[in-house]
Design a protein around this ligand. Structure first.
Ligand code: SF4
Length: 213
C-alpha cells in the first residue's frame, strides 16, 4: 500500500503554478501551512533563501558542491566557517580546510571524537563497539556544535558525520548548517547510490521482501 504525499504525486503543479489541479492530499490544501511568505519576509531567512536560489541558477549543473558552499558563504558575507568532520575523513577534512583557508575563510574545524568520552558512558557494551576490546571514543556532535557556537561561526559544514550524529549536531548548532558530505561507508559517501540501485541490487534489502512492481 503506497502512502500518499508529494512523493507519490502525479501532477507536480506546484512546479507549474496550475494550482487548481492540485490533488486533495496536496499540502497546499492545508490553508496557511505552506504559505510561508511571512517567514521569508524576515531576515536572515530571506537573505539565505534568496542567495541559495541565485546560486542554484548561476551554477546549475556546473558548480560542484564545494564551489557552491564557498559561493554561498561569500555571497552571504560569511567569514568564519565551522567544519564538523568525521575523524574517519580526517585526510579529506584537511584538504577541505586548506581549500577554505585558501579562499579567505577563517575555519573552525572540530573532529567528531573531540572530548574523547568512552562509548561505555553512553551505556554501550563492549560487543557493541566497532572494534570490541579496544578504546573507542563516542562521536560527540554536541561538543562539535558547542565549540563552533563558542567561536561564533557564521555557517557550519557537516562533513561526513554519522546518521543521527548529524541530527544532534544540527540540533545544537546555533549557526545555520549545510551538509557537504553525507556519511555512507558502504557507498563511498554517495548515499543516493542505494536509491538508484533499489530496483535491483538492493531491492530485497531495502524493501524488506515487499516486491515492487
Ligand atoms: S505540493 Fe501538491 S502538487 Fe506539489 S508535489 Fe506535493 S501534492 Fe503534488
Amino acid at each position: 500500500m503506497l502512502q500518499s504525499g508529494c512523493a507519490e504525486c502525479k501532477v507536480y503543479v506546484c512546479r507549474t503554478g496550475h494550482l487548481e489541479e492540485a490533488p486533495e492530499t496536496c499540502p497546499m490544501c492545508l490553508t496557511g501551512v505552506v504559505d510561508t511568505r511571512a517567514t521569508y519576509s524576515a531576515e536572515p531567512v530571506r537573505q539565505m533563501a534568496r542567495v541559495s536560489a541565485q546560486i542554484e541558477a548561476a551554477g546549475y549543473t556546473r558548480w560542484n558542491r564545494v564551489e557552491e558552499t564557498i559561493e554561498l558563504a561569500n555571497r552571504l558575507g560569511y567569514k568564519r566557517l565551522g567544519l564538523a568532520f568525521c575523524s574517519g575523513l580526517r585526510e579529506e577534512a584537511r584538504i577541505l580546510n586548506r581549500i577554505l583557508v585558501a579562499n579567505g575563510f577563517d575555519v573552525v574545524s572540530v573532529a567528531c571524537k573531540t572530548g574523547s568520552i568512552p562509548k561505555e558512558e553512553l551505556g554501550l557494551a563492549d560487543v557493541e563497539k566497532v572494534r570490541p576490546g579496544t578504546y573507542e571514543a563516542m562521536c560527540n556532535p554536541v561538543g562539535q556544535a558547542r565549540v563552533m557556537n563558542e567561536a561564533q561561526t557564521d555557517l557550519n559544514i557537516v562533513f561526513g558525520l554519522c546518521v543521527g550524529h548529524d541530527s544532534l549536531f544540527i540540533k545544537h548548532s546555533e549557526a545555520l548548517v549545510t551538509c557537504l558530505v553525507a556519511k555512507d561507508r558502504a557507498l563511498a559517501h554517495n548515499p543516493i547510490g542505494g536509491v538508484y540501485c533499489a530496483w535491483g541490487y538492493y531491492h530485497d534489502r531495502l524493501y524488506g521482501g515487499h516486491r515492487q512492481p
